[in-house]
Design a protein around this ligand. Structure first.
Ligand SMILES: [Zn+2]
Length: 307
């Protein structure tokens, strides 16, 4: 059943408060991408096992595939059934119109990113689209996230190495972050400090000194995209510095696919693929999510029911 506006506003108000607490208490929300119901189940199980608050997120491809309201309903059903603290984020929304739909559907978090669909978007276009979404989000109180320029990589497994000299050119700067946050009044700044979408043959390196300087320059929440394949110590440091949201996708997809391939091979006569997914695949993805929740220091941080 769709949420009413007062229910949406209540959820958004709690989510805002919780992001503030996360920053003060030095833990971060894991923001886990949903490909299907099986990945949602894995995230929920990990949240239950670790008593952690979680955020699940969908980008436009998943919205087109699953449906905005269906996603909201599925999450709410799981929330009720498993008694978990869970919120929904619209990830990399490609247009103001799509972001508005996410706000109306009751998503507590909205990431507006017009440069993902148009790499040539000008600074001014990005700023004005972000401002429009920030204004519209007042309807429900949803938190808005954005960044001043295109963030590279993709949620997949890459065979090429990471060229850090190239990537450094796209890093956030404390001055640039402050200017963007001041102009747009966003709630969450997506920082680029060596984090990169996707899995690569070499582990990622995060510039924590730069993160510290960005933390000092702005007063809103900070998120890290492209968290897959990042050594856990970086996350443990990043949450101490004050990151409150970390996005994970590729590590889950990798576990999903490699486990599915293995169990298909081991069970040539089982034609209920759903059965195989329900057992081994969900277990494998759950383990990935649990290890991230430990790294993000969010285990045992979930709100007690009805608190
Ligand atoms: Zn991202």
């Amino acid at each position: 059943m769709p949420l009413t506006l007062p229910e949406i506003r209540k959820n958004c108000a709690i989510a805002r408060l919780r992001m503030k607490q996360a920053r003060m208490e030095h833990w971060a929300f894991g923001a886990f991408n949903l490909d299907d119901e099986a990945t949602l189940k894995a995230v929920v199980r990990a949240a239950v096992n670790k008593k952690a608050p979680v955020l699940v997120e969908v980008s436009q491809g998943e919205v087109d595939d699953l449906g905005l309201y269906n996603i909201r309903d599925m999450v709410d059903n799981f929330k009720r059934e498993y008694n978990v603290e869970i919120y929904v984020n619209l990830d990399h929304s490609p247009s103001v119109e799509d972001a508005k739909k996410g706000i109306e559907a009751g998503f507590e978090f909205i990431h507006i990113d017009i440069s993902q669909s148009n790499h040539d978007a000008t600074d001014q276009q990005i700023i004005s689209a972000t401002k429009e979404v920030v204004n519209y989000a007042r309807l429900t109180g949803a938190s808005v996230e954005s960044e001043p320029h295109y963030f590279s990589g993709g949620s997949n497994v890459f065979s090429t190495n990471i060229d850090y000299q190239e990537i450094k050119k796209t890093f956030s700067t404390p001055e640039g972050a402050k200017k963007f946050v001041d102009e747009t009044k966003i709630d969450t700044f997506a920082a680029a400090i060596g984090n990169l979408h996707g899995k690569y043959p070499v582990p990622k390196i995060l510039d924590l000194d730069l993160l510290t300087k960005i933390r000092e320059a702005i007063d809103c929440n900070i998120s890290l995209h492209g968290g897959s394949d990042t050594p856990g110590h970086y996350f443990r440091e990043a949450v101490k510095i004050g990151v409150s949201k970390i996005n994970i996708n590729s590590d889950m997809r990798y576990a999903y696919r490699t486990t599915l391939e293995k169990v298909l091979q081991e069970n040539p006569n089982e034609f209920s693929v759903a059965k195989l997914i329900a057992k081994d695949v969900i277990d494998a993805v759950t383990k990935v999510v649990e290890s991230k929740l430990d790294d993000f220091n969010s285990a045992n941080k979930a709100l007690k029911p009805n608190s």
